[in-house]
Design a binder for this molecule. Structure first.
Ligand SMILES: [Zn+2]
Ligand SMILES: [Zn+2]
Length: 174
């Protein structure tokens, strides 16, 4: 299947300084993200400006995508939208190691958009900055439940102190 973000840049290449706008809304499945954070039916938004330089085409603008993920502490289902600014270079003769290729007067924005969005969606989000997470002993969601395990841990700490006191108060032999 042809990339929906394959852009003919013959015009741009002819005249440095010329500009072209690309605005699209595309189903995420087109990008084959292969990442559970970006659902196949999520919408990817592309709002880019292509600007011809003497040695390439600079592409800048905004990308956006919806994501889903779990809170890394309590596993609550989270969703959100990442919006990022990008600036990338395309070259017919690639001299910049970070540049993407222009092939036969066409450039494909697909891989560039894909890479940037994968970096933009959160990898280990929190539902809130002070999420208390799950009880390591019983698995209870500590945001909504008081499971009592932490009290027991407290008791254990006191038991250690009690034991110390007992040892210290014990009369030494001899
Ligand atoms: Zn959480
Ligand atoms: Zn617990």
């Amino acid at each position: 299947m042809a990339s929906p973000l394959l852009i003919n840049v013959a015009e741009l290449l002819r005249r440095a300084g010329s500009v072209r706008e690309v605005g699209r809304r595309i189903d995420a499945e087109v990008f084959s993200f292969d990442d559970p954070r970006i659902a196949a039916d999520a919408q990817v938004e592309v709002g880019l400006t292509l600007e011809a330089l003497t040695d390439g085409i600079v592409v800048h603008g905004r990308l956006g995508a919806d994501w889903v993920a779990e809170c890394r502490r309590c596993l609550r289902q989270l969703s959100g939208r990442s919006e990022i600014e990008v600036q990338e270079l395309y070259q017919a003769v690639v001299s910049d190691p970070d540049a993407y290729p222009i092939v036969g007067e066409q450039l494909d924005l697909l891989e560039m958009v894909r890479e940037n969005l994968l970096l933009a969606v959160p990898s280990a989000p929190l539902c809130k900055s002070d999420c208390p997470g799950l009880c390591p002993q019983c698995g209870a969601d500590l945001q909504t439940t008081r499971c009592g395990c932490s009290n027991k841990a407290g008791d254990d700490r006191w038991a250690v102190l009690d034991q110390l006191k007992i040892d210290q108060s014990r009369p030494t032999a001899e």
